[in-house]
Design a protein around this ligand. Structure first.
Ligand code: FES
Length: 123
């Protein structure tokens, strides 16, 4: 099974790795791993709060659909390795994923118990 390695976030100083079944989304993997990824629209490709940078293994992902591309166009800090976590499915290869500042801020907004921790986001 492929491993998804999530780089540190405001919640953890160390990376978190999780083995997953191919075909699950990065958002599902993050949730399973307890990694803070925003999901304001509930994974319906209608916001950009699940924006991530796939810093290793990007080419193993299926190409994005036009809908995802359109939404990503509204995101902050878009890079050539950007994807929406709710749309990108894990393939057969290991991935390394950075949760963007935008996504971590969205997670904080969705989880009031973490309010005020925006200053701890280091991306
Ligand atoms: S959660 Fe809204 S686009 Fe992914």
């Amino acid at each position: 099974m492929p491993t998804v390695r999530f780089l540190p976030t405001f919640l953890t100083a160390e990376p978190i790795e999780i083995e997953v079944e191919p075909g699950i989304t990065l958002q599902e993997a993050a949730e399973e791993a307890g990694v803070p990824m925003g999901d304001a629209c509930g994974g319906n490709c209608a916001c950009s709060t699940c924006h991530v940078h796939v810093v290793a293994g990007f080419d193993s992902l299926e190409e994005m659909e036009d809908e995802e591309d359109d939404i990503l166009g509204k995101a902050e800090d878009v890079q050539f390795v950007s994807r929406l976590g709710c749309q990108a499915e894990v393939g057969d290869e290991d991935l390394t994923v950075r949760i963007t500042r935008e996504s971590q801020v969205a997670f904080i907004n969705e989880h009031p118990e973490h309010r005020g921790r925006e200053g701890e986001i280091d991306v």
